[in-house]
Design a protein around this ligand. Structure first.
Ligand SMILES: CC(C)(COP(=O)(O)OP(=O)(O)OC[C@H]1O[C@@H](n2cnc3c(N)ncnc32)[C@H](O)[C@@H]1OP(=O)(O)O)[C@@H](O)C(=O)NCCC(=O)NCCS
Length: 152
């Protein structure tokens, strides 16, 4: 298994996995296409796969601002969950952020998403805010989670 930066060839696989995952953040096709556009805000997508050209097992996408990176989506295929893959993807992302000089990584998560909340808590993220009724269908608060990072 490897984790690597996604290239445009991975977009269809990322989108397919996202669409099959109810609690993932859902993006339109054009938003995925914009990931690699020259004038797009800087983002990073990491994918986990068994082999080159194979189905992906999971992915994480983050927006990379100078000091603060924001995880926008994290998905592990249902049959691959609880094997440490989600943690490995987030750890790798945090490592990338650190190398690029970011000082924190943050994200929003549905209050009811206990799996994701537990994962982030185990990795050292803590709650730094709440956005009331941020999500729709169904309406729900978003918890803002954050981790401070520094160069080791
Ligand atoms: C959240 C998600 C990415 C976790 O991926 P994963 O590969 O299963 O996570 P890990 O195996 O690294 O789990 C790390 C820890 O998180 C917690 N955790 C993960 N899934 C859990 C679940 N279903 N229930 C309770 N705790 C869970 C556990 O504490 C776990 O450690 P443990 O297995 O040693 O007990 C995965 O469940 C997923 O893709 N969910 C759907 C998409 C989603 O909700 N994304 C989050 C958007 S913010």
């Amino acid at each position: 298994m490897f984790i690597r930066k996604a290239t445009p060839e991975y977009l269809a696989l990322i989108r397919k996995l996202e669409q099959a995952t109810e609690t993932a953040a859902h993006w339109a096709e054009r938003e995925y296409d914009a990931l690699f556009a020259a004038d797009a805000p800087r983002r990073i997508a990491l994918v986990a796969a068994e082999d080159v050209g194979a189905q992906i097992l999971g992915f994480v996408i983050a927006r990379c601002a100078a000091e603060e990176w924001e995880i926008e989506n994290l998905v592990v295929a249902r049959e691959q969950q609880r094997r440490g893959l989600g943690s490995a993807l987030v750890r790798e992302l945090v490592q990338e952020a650190r190398q690029f000089g970011a000082t924190s990584v943050l994200l929003e998560v549905r209050q009811s998403n206990r799996a994701a909340r537990k994962l982030y808590e185990k990795l050292g993220f803590s709650e730094s805010g709440r956005r009331k009724s941020y999500y729709r269908d169904p309406p729900e608060d978003a918890l803002l989670l954050r981790i401070s990072i520094s160069i080791p």
